[in-house]
Design a protein. Structure first.
Lengths: 445, 413
């Protein structure tokens, strides 16, 4: 395969990973500029006009002090943004910093944290880490509000290293104790950062080899510059964007870029999306879709316009409740998304999206219209069209045959011997789209 | 000793293919057809309750007879007058009235100071240690997953279509196995394959097409195989479990919590004759770094109500002699309270065992409150001895093969 042809076939793969998939129109647009220019565009969200989304959002009148509104706001962004990587990266950081409103109990603070992920998510890692550390959500989440001079609370010092920057084994319990002292006095009042000087321990501390009257800013600076941080973040990015299996070579490459460019995320992400391993066969259809990717991807691919209905609760039942990650490690992802329970949730979401009613009067998808637009007239070509659209045709032949058999039968399964009328055809198309979405390869990104 | 896949195969599992084909369906369908309520005296059952977050053991089994306890916990220490005494030195948190009643009936074993050498205070690594039974190496299978694999090999797999049931949305490593697929069912009523209700006849045909496609969906890719297995198992398990719940009759009270509902679902499955030996459930929220008193009191109340509800339900159905319930957590918490009226991650903590066939009582020594390991309790009982006892003396399994070494048994059963 020539380089340019294989690159163009990789664009759907890129969009599934760097975003949440694409509508047929978006896909055509990216195909026309080619892979490399698509990567560049994804990495320059500030140059893309997102007014249409912002207007749509204003019209919804979300109340950011209510969790349900906050979740729906984010779902709108994921479905209708013109800056897919910016949004996907926000989800990455949300999982990475894994702060849950269940404990923070302040949706507005969670909103502010989400804005920080979006605004600083592509800047330098150390800058993002500092912004997040000073955010009201994080201060409450990891108990820094209770971290006081003389009676330190170690939670933040431990987790900033274990979970956010270095990983286990790259610091000692003593570093935790000293780091805790450096963060004393970092509090929040009225959802803003407040430095309580009276509670701050300004004695000398020794942390990861550096000594002095270190405060929280110093801790963030020191951890961000550790070689361990470059590896840790590289591995997290690979796990989220590339593959569920670790990739030590790619990890080394990305870590080097991270160290060389002071943790500049744009540069690191460019290296990731243009890395040969990202574009290899092994990375193709190699990640299990998170609930967000499944739900948003389905909405985009089938061009659902209206987001009525309890989509955010559906995602929660699939194991991903936005703003409420299950524990400080975020979501394990990969195979952890899949259990008999969550699989059934996925199948049933797919039913709701494909059937005629979904919390509103009209249907959500229009498979009959799509088929008419493509001028498809027989069962086989219709099945092939949806297989290509939904799973890149990545199924065994036996599956295709069986789906053709399904479409070529009446509602009870008896083979048709006449062309179905519009009503029956519509029902069969909805059924076949549902069936395709229950296939193993539809679960893969 | 590391348990490798090769070891499993050597242990007599034989060259069984990892993908599931038609015979698996038939077994499940047969089980569904022959709906068959449980008769007492059949194989033993273990109900595992994971207390997620690191439950503070010292405020669960309270050493009220020791002065150091109150000195270390001036604001969150449980007052002596509130403790439910088990002896004149230790007692239960006041929320645990149901468990206390069971203790008086001789049905509760309290294992003090359970832990392991070189304790890990990270949630993730420590819970993994408890779930896999290995403090030294990171392995992929759980101690009960390995038990299920070994057990399935001796009974030709297909007799146990639901070898264990996980009453949670996601499967914990405890039940992660090489061969056996453990279904996770958090809520039975949402757990069925739905199609457009306008076309009732379409559902049967779609299921037929689904099954036909899945039966041949072999692409020789591990993720695809796993998705395929889970997809097929979900459909079969759903039909069967719905029948189970519809046939349940019981009056035991489980309290109002989600945890209580989950414990009731376990009772429904046991009484219906679901042939599972292990049920897993968890109760979360125990990571009490601040404001511990109220949070833990509420959680321990849910725990106590759920456990006493299940025990009563089993007794009502005359099945209590077949079941043991076990609680564990990834670690206990520090001896001294912190500046936020809470506690930070610690080490050893008690385990509770409940069942009619237990030799009730207190096992082990309360860890010293003065001779500490940097502010943390030193463990007195290796948790693997509890596991080995359950494996050897309750589940009639070979604990040496599953845990990788011989561990002493404790005589609680």
């Amino acid at each position: 395969m020539s380089k340019s042809k294989s690159q163009s076939a990789l664009i759907p793969h890129l969009l599934r990973r760097a975003g949440f998939g694409a509508t047929p129109d978006e896909l055509a647009c990216y195909q026309s500029i080619g892979y490399d220019k698509t990567v560049d565009q994804l990495l320059k969200p500030e140059k893309i006009d997102n007014d249409k989304l912002e207007d749509l959002i204003k019209a919804q009148n979300f109340d950011f002090t209510r969790l349900e509104d906050l979740k729906r706001w984010w779902l709108y962004r994921m479905c209708f943004t013109k800056r897919p990587l910016e949004e996907k990266l926000t989800l990455f950081w949300h999982g990475h910093f894994a702060t849950s409103n269940k404990k923070v109990n302040n949706p507005y603070a969670m909103y502010l944290q989400n804005l920080a992920f979006r605004k600083d998510g592509m800047s330098n890692f150390g800058d993002l880490l500092l912004t997040v550390s000073k955010g009201p959500a994080m201060i409450v989440w990891l108990d820094n509000q209770q971290n006081k001079k003389g009676k330190p609370n170690e939670n933040y010092a431990r987790e900033i290293m274990e979970l956010f920057s270095l990983g286990i084994g790259n610091y000692t319990e003593e570093d935790i104790k000293q780091g805790a002292r450096a963060f004393t006095g970092w509090e929040t009042r009225n959802s803003t950062f407040f430095f309580n000087a009276g509670q701050h321990d300004s004695g000398d501390k020794r942390f990861l080899g550096e000594t002095g009257n270190l405060n929280g800013d110093d801790i963030v600076r020191i951890v961000s510059q550790q070689p361990a941080a470059s590896k840790f973040i590289a591995n997290k990015l690979i796990a989220f964007f590339v593959s569920d299996a670790p990739n030590p070579d790619m990890s080394d490459d990305l870590a080097k870029v991270f160290m060389k460019h002071d943790g500049n995320m744009k540069v690191v992400l460019k290296a990731l999306f243009t890395h040969k391993d990202f574009m290899s066969d092994r990375a193709y259809h190699a990640k299990i879709k998170s609930p967000a990717e499944l739900v948003v991807g389905t909405i985009k691919t089938m061009q659902v316009q209206n987001l009525d209905g309890d989509l955010t609760s559906t995602m929660s039942r699939m194991g991903q409740s936005l703003f409420e990650p299950p524990n400080v490690k975020g979501w394990d992802g990969g195979r952890a998304w899949i259990s008999t329970n969550t699989m059934m949730e996925r199948f049933n979401f797919e039913t709701r999206v494909t059937q005629q009613k979904f919390d509103a009067i009209e249907g959500y998808i229009s498979p009959s219209e799509m088929v008419a637009q493509q001028k498809l007239t027989n069962a086989r070509s219709m099945v092939e069209y949806f297989l290509n659209l939904l799973v890149d045709s990545d199924v065994p032949d036996s599956a295709k045959q069986e789906l053709v058999r399904y479409v070529s039968a009446d509602i009870s399964g008896k083979p048709l011997n006449a062309i179905p009328d519009d009503k029956l055809l519509d029902a069969k198309l909805r059924g076949v789209v549902h069936l395709i979405m229950t296939l193993p390869t539809y679960q893969l990104a | 000793m590391s348990l490798t896949r090769r070891d499993f195969l050597k242990a007599g599992l034989g060259a069984v293919s990892l993908s599931l084909g038609a015979p698996h369906f038939l077994a499940l369908a047969a089980q569904a057809a022959n709906f068959d309520p449980r008769v007492a005296g059949k194989s033993k059952i273990l109900v595992v309750i994971q207390l997620a977050g690191g439950n503070d053991g010292m405020n669960t089994v309270v050493p009220y007879g020791f002065g150091e306890y109150y000195r270390a916990r001036p604001t969150i220490g449980v007052a002596q007058k509130d403790v439910l005494p088990l002896s004149n030195m230790i007692g239960l948190h006041p929320s645990m009235t149901g468990i206390n009643d069971l203790y008086k009936q001789g049905k509760v074993g309290v294992i003090l100071g359970a832990g392991y050498p070189k304790p890990n205070r990270s949630h993730f690594r420590s819970i993994e240690i408890w779930q896999t039974g290995d403090p030294e190496r990171i392995i992929e299978t759980g101690w009960l997953g390995r038990y299920l694999d070994l057990s399935a090999s001796h009974t030709c797999g297909s007799d146990y279509p639901l070898p264990a049931v996980n009453v949670e949305s996601s499967l914990p490593k405890t039940l992660s196995a090489e061969r056996v697929v453990v279904p996770s069912v958090a809520n039975i009523y949402d757990f069925k394959f739905a199609t457009d209700q306008h076309y009732q006849q379409d559902r049967k045909f779609q299921l037929e097409v689904f099954n036909n496609i899945y039966a041949k969906f072999d692409m020789e890719r591990p993720d695809v195989d796993m998705l395929r297995r889970v997809g097929m198992d979900s459909i079969e398990a759903a039909d069967y479990l719905l029948k189970v719940v519809q046939n349940y009759k019981g009056t035991a009270n489980y309290g109002d919590s989600g945890f209580g509902k989950g414990m009731k679902f376990i009772a429904q499955m046991i009484t219906a004759g679901v042939k599972s030996q292990v049920y897993n459930i968890s109760l979360g929220g125990f990571d009490t770094h601040a404001g511990q008193a109220r949070v833990q009191a509420n959680l321990l109340k849910q725990l106590s109500e759920g456990i006493s509800g299940l025990q009563k339900d089993l007794e009502d159905h005359h099945l209590d002699e077949d079941v043991i319930i076990m609680t564990f957590s990834e670690f206990g918490r520090r001896v001294a309270e912190n500046g936020g009226h809470g506690t930070d991650h610690g080490t050893a903590a008690p385990m509770l065992l409940i069942g009619s066939k237990l030799r009730g009582g207190i096992y082990g020594e309360y860890p010293s409150l003065s001779n500490l390991d940097s502010g943390d309790l030193k463990y007195t009982v290796d948790f693997r001895t509890v596991y080995s006892t359950i494996l050897d003396r309750w589940l009639a399994a070979d604990s040496r093969q599953i845990l990788g070494a011989n561990y002493e048994n404790i005589r609680f059963v």
